[in-house]
Design a protein around this ligand. Structure first.
Ligand code: NI
Ligand code: MN
Length: 233
């Protein structure tokens, strides 16, 4: 087994290499993503693409990435239905509370408090509810990718049931929770490490990893702050 490798492509787009060598792409937004390094704007090789919700900053490059990579797309039922109508066959729809095995990884869909619509042909298309994911890796460790969300009390339950070690949490504020609520989320989830996301992309996303660090480091929680394009193992 290899070490888990986490590459941040900016905003909420991540590429993970699992201990079993599978490549998981989260919330693909590359070409128009101001934080994504120029050299990484091409669709990456991927086995599975996970999409948290239908906003453009999480799936503008989904169809392109899915077509180029041939990866299996895992997302909410309605979002997968839309993908099907775009001609994508390799989709594994699901809904909250359910789990499925894809490429040797167990994926559970969780709640998220947000909205989910995609503008297609000048119309706002309903993409089902927004979601998060708990991923059980080949070494049985679990991680939690929150997607875009407010803080919600059931993060405590996610912590109790799935005992994630690492949480990917939005901290930018305005459209999601900010650093103070993300710090509270870390405690409810019981994680040892947190990867901040959805910050720094635009001026209105004001939350910073420094604010999160100030709140969680005294509690022994490590903030994995990446630069866009950087990989942590
Ligand atoms: Ni969103
Ligand atoms: Mn977003």
């Amino acid at each position: 087994m290899q070490r888990l490798a986490i590459t941040w492509l900016g905003h909420s787009t991540f590429l993970l290499r699992t201990p079993g060598g599978k490549r998981l792409l989260f919330d693909p937004w590359l070409r128009e993503n101001p934080s994504c390094p120029e050299a990484l704007k091409k669709p990456p090789r991927a086995d599975v693409i996970l999409v948290s919700h239908g906003h453009g900053d999480h799936m503008d490059d989904l169809v392109l990435c899915a077509r180029e990579s041939g990866a299996t797309v895992v997302a909410m039922y309605e979002l997968c239905d839309w993908l099907g109508r775009k001609g994508l066959q390799n989709v594994e729809p699901m809904n909250k509370g359910g789990s499925q095995q894809v490429a040797g990884i167990t994926i559970t869909m969780t709640d998220a408090r947000h909205s989910s619509g995609f503008i297609d042909g000048g119309q706002m298309i309903y993409m089902g509810e927004p979601a998060g994911f708990v991923i059980r890796l080949e070494d049985q460790r679990t991680i939690y990718f929150a997607g875009d969300t407010a803080l919600f009390g059931d993060m405590q339950l996610i912590g109790e049931i799935y005992t994630p070690e690492i949480a990917f949490l939005p901290i930018g504020d305005r459209y999601t929770m900010g650093p103070a609520d993300a710090a509270r989320a870390c405690q409810m989830l019981g994680v040892r490490q947190v990867v901040p996301m959805h910050w720094g992309t635009f001026p209105v996303l004001t939350g910073t990893p420094d604010e999160l660090k100030r709140l969680v480091e005294p509690k022994g929680i490590q903030v994995l702050e990446l630069k866009p394009g950087q990989t942590a193992e």
